[in-house]
Design a binder for this molecule. Structure first.
Ligand code: F6R
Length: 236
């Protein structure tokens, strides 16, 4: 594991963006696994800036996102498709057809989960997976529970996640109860993982990286990954 401790959120964004840019420069048709949430917004902004300045191109990149809420159309500003378009895809030269998220509106969610798992396999897996971490140790929406779930699945969001993410909804009661997420095997099979964490995540990050490997802290499984880079806003 490589642990990069950075001074502030801007530094965290630049470091994570630099690692992603290096991946794309070395392999222009990289498969990038992407995350949403507050943490990676700055990194997406930095990458978009480098793209506008001609430093980097996403023309041949393929993206697969970790997760999506169930029941929110992509026109909803709270949907992860909307977030990705706004914060990243619409600002770079990527082919929109190469950007993938699970469809939280699918009529048959089991079929949708199988389709998404098959898609990831057909791409040959993920070259670089970007992750944030939930206050409860979730990655993607793999919530704490008694066992790890391996492949893409629907999940009932925990009370903690509904409370934390509910702030993005005008009426917190509109926060979806379910989501669809990549599973732990799909995440862990990524050739490289970059985990970003702001200083408010210090306690859970410590537990995940130095505590027991347990499905009660899903991010703890990352301890087993051979190429994990943590970018932590820890101050200096
Ligand atoms: C988002 C995702 C989540 C977030 C986590 C942290 O696609 O998969 O695991 O990374 O909830 O969210 P923020 O960055 O908002 O603290």
């Amino acid at each position: 594991m490589k642990f990069l401790q950075v001074a502030d959120k801007q530094d965290m964004a630049r470091k994570a963006a630099g690692i992603i840019a290096a991946q794309v420069l070395l392999k222009n048709d990289s498969v990038l696994g992407l995350a949403t949430g507050a943490t990676p917004v700055g990194a997406y902004g930095q990458l978009a800036k480098w793209c506008r300045e001609g430093e980097i191109s996403f023309r041949d990149v393929i993206t697969v996102n970790l997760d999506e809420y169930c029941g929110l159309p992509e026109t909803s500003p709270q949907s992860y498709r909307y977030y990705m378009n706004e914060n990243f895809f619409n600002q770079i030269d990527i082919d929109p057809a190469n950007t993938h998220l699970p469809d939280g509106m699918a009529a048959d969610m089991d079929a949708e989960c199988s389709r998404y798992s098959a898609l990831i396999r057909s791409l040959g897996g993920i070259d670089l997976q970007l992750l944030g971490i939930g206050m409860n140790g979730h990655i993607g929406f793999n919530e704490p529970k008694a066992h790890f779930v391996m492949d893409t699945h629907t999940v009932a969001l925990s009370e903690n996640t509904r409370e934390v993410n509910g702030v993005y909804f005008e009426n917190p009661a509109d926060m979806p109860t379910h989501a669809v997420t990549m599973g732990m095997r799909e995440i862990l099979q990524a050739k490289r993982i970059v985990l970003m964490a702001g200083k408010e995540k210090e306690a859970i990050l410590h537990r995940a990286l130095e505590g027991e490997v347990t499905p009660e802290v899903p991010a703890s499984l990352l301890q087993l990954h051979p190429r994990l880079t943590v970018v932590f806003e820890g101050g200096k």
